[in-house]
Design a protein around this ligand. Structure first.
Ligand code: NDP
Length: 434
């Protein structure tokens, strides 16, 4: 903490990992002797830079951009870019640290990174978003490359922003390579990348349920968020027979006791992706639904919970309420949505709890396959990619089980942390003291 002052989310992410890893490291002294945990908690490098751009009124605006290249032991740095007013270096370090283990779990050759800016896209015009993305890439481009570091999207960075940034990279570098993922299908994007994180999370939940001989049929689910991950989590849950009764945004949460079906989801996608307005609008079209301002969806009685908005959106009180209401499974589409206190409650009650670094790894896995397709200058079909995604989520689940099987239940946190750690740690030891 002395070396990283004022980075509470980073301490939280390291604490959660260290708690499960330290006993394993003590049993395997080669990791202790090589000081692997000390080395893995220090990023390879962090880059911070000024982003200067002009708003529609002609005012000059200044933001700060970062790229945290956390660990490149097993492949090119890979991880998303987040544009949100809350972004600090500490936020990106927590996300980058998680990304190292997550990328290793996918079994694909990818190191871990994260980047972004405190730019707030809310209320900005199209032209302002474009100018910001171009200014951001004008600096970032010198630090990335198809074999060096391949960023992607995250909160506040979707297809539109990736396209502006890719256009600027191509213009400056004068090359057409897979330097970003999440690209438009017309210029090197992968089928099923948009859907991959949400679908992958639901596939991971399916594997957890299958361990107990159960499935989604007839289950009632709460989803939080209404962005990329949440939308495709809802879509796949509906397809697999669950009834989704909540979604949320920064302003509050939506409860539709009749269930959000495909048609209602299309309306939500229009509200959030096209009109870019509050979910509160939904209740004006579907009067049985309610929108509760300033609250989160965890008070609703459900069997399954899919936190898919942001970090620390589910605390110990929420966890207790979910369990009191009979919830049997929590599957994280977002990164670190559950606080350490919430995780302790899930563990105490031995419910099925899939942590983000395992459950939401489908997004980066398909980003990895986008890189593969770009290198081959090929584009696989939607069905082909979706099938590979299902296979990868199965493998991640199996790895979590291998390292996390306890008496009568699976500790997925332990399984994911150790399962992700081993490959990176072994590579670092093989490289010697560097
Ligand atoms: P989006 O920007 O598409 O959506 C984010 C959603 O979360 C929006 O509904 C937003 O509300 C809501 N939200 C954001 N911040 C807050 C907050 N502080 N309080 C309450 N709600 C909030 O992002 P994504 O869907 O891509 O990302 C969601 C989560 O999934 C993040 O944790 C991200 O790191 C993680 N993730 C994403 C991956 C991807 O492929 N995109 C891959 C793996 C993990 P509003 O609509 O009001 O803005």
């Amino acid at each position: 903490k002395r070396r990283n002052p004022g980075q509470p989310e980073f301490y939280q992410a390291v604490e959660e990992v260290a708690e499960k890893l330290i006993p394993f490291i003590n049993e395997n002294p080669k990791y202790l002797d090589a000081k692997i945990l000390e080395r893995m908690t220090e990023p390879d490098r962090t880059i911070s830079f000024r982003v200067t751009w002009q708003d529609d009124e002609g005012n000059i605006r200044v933001n700060r951009g970062h790229r945290v290249q956390f660990n490149g032991a097993i492949g090119p740095y890979k991880g998303g870019l987040r544009f949100d007013k809350s972004v600090t270096l500490g936020t990106l370090k927590f996300l980058g640290f998680e990304q190292v283990l997550k990328n290793s779990l996918t079994t694909l050759p990818m190191g871990g990174a994260k980047g972004g800016s405190d730019f707030n896209p809310k209320g900005k015009s199209e032209a302002e978003v474009m100018r910001f993305c171009q200014a951001f890439m004008t600096e970032l481009y010198r630090h990335i490359g198809k074999d060096t570091d391949v960023p992607a999207g995250d909160i506040g960075v979707g297809g539109r922003e990736v396209s502006y940034m890719y256009g600027q990279y191509r213009r400056i570098a004068n090359e057409f390579t897979g330097v970003l993922t999440g690209k438009n299908l017309a210029f090197g994007g992968s089928n099923a990348r948009t859907e991959a994180t949400g679908y992958g999370s639901v596939y991971f939940g399916r594997e957890m349920l299958a361990v107990r001989g159960d499935d989604y049929n007839g289950k009632v689910a709460a989803v939080s968020g209404s962005g990329n991950v949440a939308q495709y989590t809802v879509e796949k849950l509906i397809q697999l027979g669950a009834k989704v009764v909540t979604m949320s945004d920064r302003g509050g949460f939506l409860h539709d006791p009749d269930g959000i079906d495909a048609e209602k989801l299309a309306h939500i996608q229009d509200l959030k992706n096209v009109q870019r307005v509050s979910l509160a609008e939904y209740a004006t079209k579907y009067p049985n639904a309610t929108y509760t301002e300033g609250a989160r969806p965890w008070s609703v009685k459900v069997d399954l919970a899919f936190p898919s908005a942001t970090q620390n959106e589910l605390d110990d009180k929420d966890a207790q309420q979910l369990i009191d209401n009979g919830c049997i499974l929590v599957c994280e589409g977002a990164n670190m949505p559950s606080t350490i206190g919430a995780i302790k409650i899930f563990e105490k009650n031995q419910i099925m709890y899939g942590p983000g670094k395992a459950a939401n790894a489908g997004g980066v896995a398909i980003s990895g396959l986008e890189m593969t397709q770009n290198s081959m200058r090929l584009q696989w079909s939607f069905e082909e990619v979706d099938e590979k995604l299902q296979g990868i989520m199965k493998k991640i689940h199996a790895k979590c089980q291998k390292y996390g099987q306890e008496d009568g239940w699976v500790d997925y946190v332990k399984g994911a942390n150790i399962g992700g750690f081993v490959k990176v740690a072994d590579a670092m030891i093989a490289y010697g003291v560097i």
